[in-house]
Write a protein that binds this ligand. Structure first.
Ligand SMILES: [Zn+2]
Length: 463
């Protein structure tokens, strides 16, 4: 779960993309403003063509003589100024909404609740000239350039003797491309606001380092690929976006795999001993498993249940070896001792229908006991709320004294464990995960587990 494939980074990117999509809807209002400006200039041209055209064309010197060239220029300036004012207001509203949406989306991704977004914080982000200029400067640059471009188009059209239709078409297409510039501007500024807001939130959470996450979903950003996963002390990061249409972002650093260190001779020996012990544990498990599997599968079936991950009922030798090594070290016991304590070399997960869960569990337990098994360990967290994991975990012992594991789940408790909380739990456990993020993950896992409906009567299931 390291690097940009990490669950957390994926959630952050997903949240960011949904905020970004919201920008598109708000752009429509601006399209109307550009249309209005274009229409007013074209209508002024129509008046001039009607009154002053000779052979269907306008002459700039004729217009200048009657003072109408300056009035055309003034009408154009007026239209683009109104456009600039409207565009600035619409853009500011869009960007402020982007900041607020980002806060909500990031809170959801991290499983934390941020307080309301202070207006002065939004203002600070919006007014920051992040690459020399802020959004407002850029809008005015764009509308000035648009006014200049339309003016040149009209003068050139008069020189080449354009008809009204030709001239109107050229002016309208200038305004169209002006609108496309405005779209690009809002998207680029939007990405800046998204990233800046996220970084502020990270700072608030006490995150100290940020990791560059390049998007590699087939769109752009080849040029950012080299920066992928680069770490920055918070505050030293490159402002994003790096280029137009850049969809990259920052996330709190994800746990990175430790490099494999050279083993000392003692460690090599310990590894060999653990491997040998694991091979033995596995051999015993393979011998015991077929009879137990037949009983367990039959019993779950008789209660309308089904098995999950039955193919993985035998723990892999590698996992066994890791576990033996770890337990021996953590508990200061021999590796043989640790091997003898393994109780999940054979393990089952069964799903029972939620409506009949409690009676199903009781029936299976009674049948197991009738067949000579006894329950040695029992933990019921399915009855609990505000816990990150919910299910019933048990160990049973065969009449011959072989211990194995059985987990009982509802469909919901299994799915939440397997598909939602599993990856988060890995990030949570990793010591490299910042504490603030760990807290956020824990809160999210609890919130998710709280969504599992509690089967009726499950609290009466005890050891
Ligand atoms: Zn990029």
């Amino acid at each position: 779960m390291a690097g940009k494939d990490g669950y957390m980074a994926a959630r952050i990117l997903q949240g960011q993309q949904s905020v970004f999509k919201g920008i598109e809807d708000r752009l429509k209002a601006q399209a109307a403003e550009y249309q209005k400006a274009s229409d007013s200039v074209v209508s002024e041209l129509a008046t001039l063509y009607a009154r002053f055209a000779k052979d269907g064309a306008l002459s700039s010197s004729d217009l200048a003589q009657v003072g109408r060239l300056t009035s055309l220029d003034a009408a154009l300036k007026e239209a683009t100024k109104e456009l600039g004012v409207a565009s600035e207001a619409a853009t500011r509203a869009t960007l402020a909404a982007v900041a607020a949406d980002t806060q909500v989306a990031l809170g959801k991704s991290l499983g934390v609740e941020f307080g309301g977004l202070a207006k002065d914080r939004i203002d600070k982000i919006l007014d920051y000239p992040w690459s020399g200029k802020n959004y407002s400067d850029r809008i005015w640059d764009n509308t000035d350039a648009l006014a200049q471009g339309v003016k040149e188009t009209m003068l050139r059209g008069m020189v080449t003797g354009d008809s009204f239709t030709e001239m109107a078409g050229k002016v309208a297409s200038k305004f169209d491309s002006g609108y496309r510039d405005a779209e690009r501007l809002v998207r680029t500024e939007g990405m800046f606001v998204i990233n800046q807001t996220q970084n502020d939130m990270y700072k608030e959470l006490g995150v100290e380092e940020l990791q560059f996450i390049a998007t590699d979903d087939g769109e752009t950003c080849d040029e950012c690929a080299d920066l992928d996963q680069t770490l920055y002390a918070i505050g030293d990061e490159e402002p994003l976006p790096i280029h137009p249409n850049c969809r990259c972002t920052y996330a709190p650093p994800l746990p990175v795999e430790e490099p494999v260190a050279e083993l000392t001779p003692e460690e090599v020996q310990a590894q060999e001993e653990a491997d040998a012990a694991a091979a033995e544990v596995r051999a015993i498990a393979e011998a015991q498993e077929p009879d137990i599997t037949r009983d367990v599968v039959g019993l779950f079936g008789s209660q309308g249940g089904e098995m999950e991950g039955l193919d993985y009922r035998l723990k892999e030798e590698g996992s066994l070896s890791d576990k033996i090594l770890r337990e021996a070290k953590d508990n200061g016991i021999s590796r043989t001792e640790a091997a003898s304590q393994v109780k999940d070399a054979v393990r089952y997960t069964g799903i029972l229908p939620e409506g009949d869960f409690t009676s199903g569990f009781e029936a299976i337990r009674a049948e197991m006991e009738a067949k000579g098994y006894s329950m040695s360990d029992f933990r019921n967290s399915l009855k609990d709320t505000d816990v990150p994991y919910r299910g019933i975990n048990t160990n049973f012992v065969t009449s011959g004294g072989y211990k194995f594991e059985m987990q009982f789940h509802t469909r919901d408790s299994f799915d939440i464990k397997e598909f939602f909380n599993h990856d988060m739990y890995k990030d949570f456990q990793n010591p490299a995960t910042p504490q603030s993020v760990q807290r956020a993950i824990l809160a999210e896992m609890k919130a998710t587990a709280n969504r599992i409906p509690t089967p009726r009567g499950v609290e009466r299931l005890v050891q």
